[in-house]
Ligand binder design. Sequence first.
Ligand code: 13P
Length: 247
Amino acid sequence: MNYLYIANWKMNLSYSQSLDFCTNNIDQLNALVYSAQVVLCPSFVALGPIAQVLKKSSITIGAQNCSEFESGSYTGEVSAASLAEIGVSYCIVGHSERRIYFGETTEKIIKKINLLYANAMMPIICIGENKEEFLQKKTIHALTEQLEPILKTFVHQQYKHIIIAYEPFWAIGTGIIPENTYLEEISIWLKNYVAEFAPDCTMQLLYGGSINEKNIHQLKTIKLIDGFLIGGASTNFETFCGIIKIG
Ligand code: 13P
């Protein structure tokens, strides 16, 4: 299977910058899909227009968040159903920036996951340890706490495919990535843990955190990693293409 590359533009590209990224590079973007699965995650306001631009291409789009509620009086929220209506296929949930700045709890993440599946979209479930947990060698403990309730829901609902993005908080936006041996260890643990809980569920494991053109070759040597969640480096088209093509 080809690598899955997910561009998380966060709030770094404006509406017009996001649209320009797609309209200016539509042919090259289309060429990429022969060797890779590519998902672009702009901010909410750019999703609809970008969906139109990419309508005839195999590039898919993802949201960076959705509401934990189905519908109703929730000022400022965007429902999973609305995202599905405009052609969104993926949605990031549980990103550390949402956990830290917006109080996204596991309970809310599970509600979002269920709404996304109900609307035929794939959640990209982000998990990771913070710096302190990393230094105290408590990564597995932190990941278990975040994942266990989610996997219980998976088993209960009998979902058939899971995408997990392992993003150590301390690697995001810092220019530092974990050692390969560390990532290999975590990847083995994660794949086994999911298989134990949900043996019938297929899984794509992504790595995210300070990916760039210099370190992607090294990251691609880790066999259990199926794709990448890319922040800063995905906002520049040439760099993003370079990451996809290297290795
Ligand atoms: P950076 O690639 O900018 O470190 O961001 C990673 C990330 O948070 C992707 O979701």
